[in-house]
Design a protein around this ligand. Structure first.
Ligand code: IPD
Ligand code: CA
Ligand code: CA
Length: 277
C-alpha cells in the first residue's frame, strides 16, 4: 500500500463492508439493549459491551486491509503505525443516545496518512446511512453527493453543538456562549453524536457545528466530510488544530467568520496564550 489516493479508492468498498458488518452488530444489540448492562469509565462517562465489541469487529476487519496501519480508538489502547497509515475510530458515537434507546448514534472511521485525513466514514446503523468522503474526491450520503448549505445569514442558520457532561470545566462559560449563539442564530440543536452533526453540516441540513473538548475519534472522519462537501473546518481561532486541539468549528464557509467572532470571548478565556486550559 503506497500513499497514493487511488489505493484508498480501491479499498473503499471493503472498508464500507467492514463498517456495515460492525454496524449490523450494533443495530441488533440496540434493538434488545438492557440499560442495566451500562458500565462507567468515570462519572457520567458510560460505555457498553456494544462499544467494545463493535470496535473489535472494526479493528479485526480493517487491520486486514492495510497491514501495519496504526489504530487510535476510543475503547482500547492506541497501536502505533508502522507505515504512516492510521485508523481513527469511535465505534459508537452517541453512546448516551444508544443506552437510552434513541437511534441517533453512529460509527466513525477516519483514515489518515502521515496525519492527513485521506478518507472518512460516518455510518448510522439505524437506517443504514453511510456518509463517506475521500480526500479530493468529494463526499456522499450513500450514493448521493453531499453539498453544504448556501445560507449566508446567521439569523437563518441552524447550529448544532454539544454540552460538557464528563469534564465539567468551563461549563458555565460554555452555556453563556450558547446563549449568545441562540441570540444570533435561528436555532441551536444538541443531538448527541458529533460525527453525525458533522455529517449533517456536510449534507447542508445544519449550517454550523461547534464543540469544545472533543477527541480525535469524534471528528476525524466528519471533518473530511464537511471539507469534501465544500465546507470549512477550523479550531476556535481559525487555525488547523481541530482534530487534536479539543476545539472545532465546522460550517458552510459563509458563516465561519461570524461564528468565530461569537467564539472570541470563550476562546480568550479557555485558550489564552499561557495559563489555564
Ligand atoms: C460524544 C458525542 C457527543 C458529544 C460528546 C462526545 P460518545 O461521544 O459525540 O455528541 O457531545 O462530547 O463525547 O461519548 O458518545 O462517543
Ligand atoms: Ca464520541
Ligand atoms: Ca464513543
Amino acid at each position: 500500500m503506497s500513499s497514493s489516493l487511488p489505493s484508498v479508492a480501491a479499498l473503499d468498498s471493503e472498508i464500507q463492508s467492514v463498517i456495515r458488518t460492525a454496524g449490523d452488530f450494533a443495530r441488533q444489540e440496540f434493538e434488545v439493549f438492557n440499560f442495566d448492562t451500562v458500565e462507567y469509565k468515570a462519572e457520567n462517562d458510560p460505555f457498553t459491551y456494544v462499544d467494545v465489541r463493535t470496535e473489535e469487529l472494526l479493528k479485526e476487519g480493517l487491520s486486514q486491509l492495510i497491514p501495519g496501519a496504526g489504530f487510535t480508538t476510543e475503547e482500547a489502547k492506541s497501536q502505533a503505525t508502522k507505515n504512516g497509515w492510521e485508523w481513527i475510530i469511535d465505534p459508537i458515537d452517541g453512546t448516551s443516545n444508544f443506552t437510552h434507546g434513541i437511534p441517533h448514534f453512529s460509527i466513525s472511521v477516519g483514515l489518515a496518512y502521515q496525519k492527513k485525513m485521506m478518507a472518512g466514514y460516518v455510518f448510522q446503523p439505524v437506517g443504514e446511512v453511510m456518509y463517506h468522503a475521500q480526500k479530493g474526491q468529494g463526499a456522499w450520503e450513500n450514493e448521493r453527493p453531499l453539498r453544504i448549505s448556501p445560507r449566508a445569514d446567521l439569523p437563518y442558520a441552524l447550529v448544532a453543538t454539544g454540552f460538557p457532561y464528563s469534564d465539567m470545566g468551563w461549563r458555565r462559560e460554555w452555556v453563556d456562549l450558547v446563549v449568545n449563539v441562540l441570540d444570533a442564530a435561528h436555532g441551536v440543536r444538541r443531538f448527541g453524536s458529533a460525527a453525525l452533526d458533522l455529517a449533517n453540516v456536510a449534507a447542508g441540513r445544519l449550517d454550523v457545528f461547534f464543540e469544545f473538548n472533543l477527541k480525535s475519534w469524534d471528528v476525524a472522519a466528519g471533518s473530511l466530510l464537511v471539507q469534501e462537501a465544500g465546507g470549512l473546518v477550523t479550531d476556535f481561532q481559525g487555525g488547523n488544530d481541530y482534530i487534536y486541539g479539543r476545539q472545532i468549528v465546522a460550517s458552510n464557509g459563509h458563516l465561519h467568520a461570524p461564528m468565530l467572532a461569537l467564539l472570541e470571548h470563550f476562546t480568550a478565556l479557555v485558550f489564552p496564550p499561557t495559563g489555564k486550559s
